[in-house]
Every structure is written in structure tokens, then in C-alpha cells.
Design a protein around this ligand. Sequence first.
Ligand SMILES: Nc1ncnc2c1ncn2[C@@H]1O[C@H](COP(=O)(O)OP(=O)(O)OP(=O)(O)O)[C@@H](O)[C@H]1O
Ligand SMILES: [Mg+2]
Length: 226
Amino acid sequence: MSVLLEVKALSKRFSRKDSTGQAFNAVSGVDFLLEEGGFLTVTGHSGSGKTTMLTMLAGLITPSSGEVLFRGTNIFSLSDRRLSHLRSKEISFIPQGAELLGNISIYDNVRSPQLFSGGDAEDSGRVDYLLDFMGIGALAEEYPANLSGGEKRRVAIARALFNRPALILADEPTSDLDPENTVMILDLLKKINAEGTGIVMVTHDENAAACGTMRTCMAGGMLEPC
Ligand SMILES: Nc1ncnc2c1ncn2[C@@H]1O[C@H](COP(=O)(O)OP(=O)(O)OP(=O)(O)O)[C@@H](O)[C@H]1O
Ligand SMILES: [Mg+2]
């Protein structure tokens, strides 16, 4: 198997904007390898550095030190233009509490990565396929306000898949969902993974953490197998 993501000694130092002004490492010397089509889960207490790590893997914030190699290329050595291209085509980040755009339909939400990247001709077949894959084909013309929390999460995942990324970074995709919707979202992520998409998923849910092929825990900015 070839390597999709290699993370080497990744650290992020922040300075607290309180009276102490002290610097601390939110992420500290993280190393791991994710094979093509692998599924890594990350658990850990609130404040342990999970979101900070994920946003670096997505190229959204720059590490203080260390490297993130996507298929062998250090993403932080890329020009802004190439990094944006990578982020819109290859690496898809589903932020914690991912919100949909309220004033456009579900259909347009799913194809919004294309709307904003000024991409190719409309790919309506792709939107229909993804909505059906997520079991929400009947909701295409609805607006986000009319959907349940679980349905909105499914739309956010469909949107993340629109450009056929090789890697999905999901920050607590099942938080605030009831057990039934949690199982549904996890089944969908497993299905996406079985079709070859690599996943790094941060979660507080033990069942979700057991979905991956590689399970890790974060504590004090450090990542360890668990
Ligand atoms: N931009 C920032 N500036 C300063 N400190 C920050 C910044 N972003 C995050 N932190 C701090 O870094 C630490 C890790 O935050 P992070 O959001 O990565 O935690 P987390 O593990 O995702 O927590 P949760 O489970 O609550 O989402 C926290 O102490 C947080 O306050
Ligand atoms: Mg977080």
C-alpha cells in the first residue's frame, strides 16, 4: 500500500492572550502514517489539541514546526495557489459543527465547492448520486432550515465528497446526534472509506472511535496509539 498522509514531528505553539501571555504547545511532536484508504480515529479530552491538529492537516493553519506530507509532498512547501487547489480537490475538511449555507437549496449546498472554486460545468449527476448515497435524495430542493440535525450532517458529508477527495478530515461528525443518526453517519463514513477515501476522524464517541483501522488518543498535544 502507498502512503496517503505522513505527519512528522508536527507541533503548534500558541501564546495565551491572558495576563501570563505564556506560550504553550497545543500540538506537540505528532507523528503518524496513513495509508491510501486508511481510517484513523482520534479521541481525547477537550482542549487536548485535536482540532488544532486537524486544521494543520487540512493546511488551514501553519505548523510551528514539523511536516505534513500528502502523497509525498509537504503541503506547506506549496504555493498558495497549489495549496488552495489541493484543499479544494484532494483534502476535504468537515469542521466541528459544520454549517450549511442557509439561503441556498440542499442541491446547491452539495455543489457549493464547485460554485466557489469556479469549477467545471455543472455536474448534476454527481449531486444526485451523493444525495442518494446519503439517503437524502428527496431533500434536494429543500433548504437547510427544514432539515433535522442528522440530515444536515449528511448534507455536509455529501458536500465534502463532491470533488472526490482522497482524504476526508472530519471533526466530531457525530456530536449532538441521537444514537440512530450517529450509527447512520458512521455507516456512511465506513462506506465512503470502503470505496477508497482515506479518513481522519476526531470524535468523543467510543463507538465512532472503534470504526477506524487505526485508533489514536490525544493528550496534552501528543498523539499515541490507544
Ligand atoms: N488560535 C488559538 N490561539 C490560542 N490558543 C488556541 C487557539 N486555538 C486553540 N487554542 C488552544 O489550544 C488548545 C487545543 O485546542 P483544540 O481546539 O485543538 O482542542 P480540542 O482537542 O479540539 O478540544 P474540543 O474537544 O473541545 O474540541 C486549547 O487549550 C485551546 O484553548
Ligand atoms: Mg475540537
